[in-house]
Ligand binder design. Sequence first.
Ligand code: BJW
Ligand code: ZN
Length: 247
Amino acid sequence: MDFAPDLLDILRNARHIATFTGAGVSAESGIPTFRDAQTGLWAKYRAEDLATPEAFRRDPVTVWDWYAWRRDLMRAVGPNPGHLAIAAMERLVQRVTVITQNVDGLHMQAGSSEVIELHGNIWHNLCADCSASVPESELTADIPPVCPHCQGKVRPGVVWFGEALPAQAWTRAAEVLETADVFFCIGTSSLVEPAASLPRDARACGRTVIQINPEVTSHDEIAQYVLRGKAGEVMPALVKAAWPQVA
Ligand code: BJW
Ligand code: ZN
């Protein structure tokens, strides 16, 4: 794989690299994306029936069961070379921040130490009524489990449509834009707001934006470098090309 020499220089000289990631990064681990035709979750299921607070209120059993199925699927897989290449940059660059829309925890499993989860984490549980966090050890056998504090219904700790992103995660992501030299945008369709605004904001802040995706997205227009391909192939090759002695 060939990369522009100036891109490799930018990476070698960077002191802070941010990677903004989406479902495409976990696709090669075997986790379906949302919007890919045929294989994406939204090709088979309706987001309105499963990923909104209204859906949970209407049919908590179906929503809980769907997330239980996805948890089973995720439990069986691990990080792929894309996650690992992002984590490996921590040994080569002063600071690497991962801002992810993914809820699977695979960046942490790969060894990334600074991970901002914009859409929550599927392994967390919280009460839909009192918002208390409920540890796995306190989950009752009910479907959905019952909150130990208020007897409300327990739900997965992810961000559904119509819900605000966790304030602290959003603030931290905004701070990253101020210091990162390079902003990778990897494996996201960039259709879901407000997360999709981050690459645009990064470009407006004067950062070098690098897009990695096998398909065209609206962020091709704002990225200075567009690398067409799979994250698990492009990222390891790029890290090796930029730091051939050490990567
Ligand atoms: C590969 C690859 C490989 C494949 N390598 N690449 C402004 C304008 C319009 C709408 C809105 C707006 N502001 C808010 C909205 C509404 C809504 C929204 O954006 N809707 C649009 C879809 C129209 N946003 C919200 O509701 C958000 N909340 C909000 O704004 O609240 C406001 C508020 C403020 C104060 C109080 C109250 C409210 C919340 C959004 C939550 C999104 N949740 C989900 C589900 C999470 C839980 C779960 O997992 O079930 O998050 S939806 C889903 O989409 C998931 C993802 O994180 C997110 C993004 O998807 P992603 O990662 O981009 O995946 P795909 O499938 O779309 O794309 C995969 C890409 O990978 C493709 O490009 C492939 O080509 C590529 N690829 N293989 C590299 N090997
Ligand atoms: Zn409760």
